[in-house]
Ligand binder design. Structure first.
Ligand code: TRP
Length: 334
């Protein structure tokens, strides 16, 4: 508890082009709940190198993502927005936690299995211990809550197990974190295949709306979205394409599916798709404008990066020193 608020930690990787799904499913939610918590929002660049990256590209994307956090409405004075690689405690705690994690536990991680299959030529030890670094991120800040997508739940479960395991040996050292599942967390699906999640790594760019897509591109992608021949705007599992578009429309406008059905009652898919496209533009345009303004302000972003790295280091060191002492590392001489 800091300032009477619970602590929240979350992070995102700066790989791939962020999509509308990332925004509506994660970032928008982060902004909404930020005031209720003491927050740490990291750009987890150390996780990114578990897959080979182009250095200049990674650096650029990481800065863009950090800027986007602010553009989306996270005030960097109130929210600690920082690069994971600027705070050495992540790596230091990850090492210690590695020594408390069983091979069998990591072998069971479905994301590891998926990624190992996808990057068969580079199944490195970092990819294997990725979840331990994630546990270190969370436990380092004694986070009470962690907003995560369903695909990260297994990693959060491991984090909880590690915290409990460590506490059982050394006393109450770590807060055991809870997942935070957003209420409006409708999963946004691909526009081209509504059975598949909208993904930044999709090869078909028409399946995803990217956060930096211009209005014409957004409208065009919506017009091309895969639907059905029912010809009725109805929120039903039998019409997955339309259902997804309704979810997107609701997430952008705050309306309920029933209200959307009523609004487009008797209208064709063409009108509906146009409406969805315009709703998306009205959400993304302000975000893009803020982003463009912030990007021009290099000194301001640099200042945020520096000050928040110091702030994150300060808080994380408290936990780290305690943990180092518990496991038997010698006291520092001052
Ligand atoms: N692994 C997460 C993802 O790919 C990103 C992440 C890293 C994270 N550390 C975290 C999320 C800590 C929440 C908390 O989505």
């Amino acid at each position: 508890m800091l300032d009477g608020k619970k602590t929240l930690f979350s992070g995102m990787q700066a790989t791939g082009n962020l999509t509308l799904g990332n925004y509506l499913g994660a970032l928008k939610n982060w902004v909404k709940i930020a005031d209720d918590y003491q927050t740490f929002y990291s750009v987890v660049d150390m996780h990114s190198i578990t897959v080979r990256q182009d250095p200049a590209e990674l650096r650029k994307r990481a800065r863009n993502l950090l800027t986007l956090y602010i553009a989306a409405g996270l005030d960097p004075e109130k929210n600690c927005i920082y690069y994971q690689s600027h705070v050495s405690g992540h790596a230091e705690l990850a090492w210690i936690l590695n020594c408390f994690t069983y091979m069998g536990e990591l072998n069971r991680m479905t994301q590891f299995k998926d990624k190992a299959a996808k990057h068969a030529d580079n199944i490195n030890a970092g990819l294997f211990t990725y979840p331990v670094l994630m546990a270190a991120d969370i436990l380092l800040f004694q986070a009470d809550v962690v907003p995560v997508g369903i695909d990260q739940m297994q990693h959060l479960e491991l984090t909880r197990d590690l915290a409990v395991r460590f506490n059982n040996v050394y006393g109450d050292v770590f807060t055991v974190p809870e997942p935070y599942i957003g209420k409006s967390g409708a999963k946004i699906m691909s526009l081209q295949d509504p059975m598949k999640k909208m993904s930044k790594s999709d090869e078909n760019p028409n399946g995803s709306i990217y956060l930096m897509d211009d209005p014409d591109t957004i409208i065009r992608k919506c017009k091309r979205a895969v639907t059905d021949s029912v010809a009725c705007v109805r929120y039903s599992d039998e019409q997955p394409g339309i259902k997804n578009l309704i979810d997107i429309y609701c997430a952008c406008t705050g309306k309920t599916p029933a209200e959307v059905e009523a609004e487009f009652d008797g209208k064709g898919y063409g009108d509906f798709k146009m409406g969805v496209g315009e709703a998306i533009v009205s959400v993304l345009k302000p975000l893009q404008d803020n982003y463009a303004d912030l990007s021009k302000n290099k000194d301001y972003i640099d200042k945020v990066i520096k000050e928040n790295a110091e702030k994150a280091a300060y808080f994380s060191n408290k936990t780290l020193r305690k943990v180092q002492k518990k496991v038997g590392f010698p006291e520092r001489i001052r």
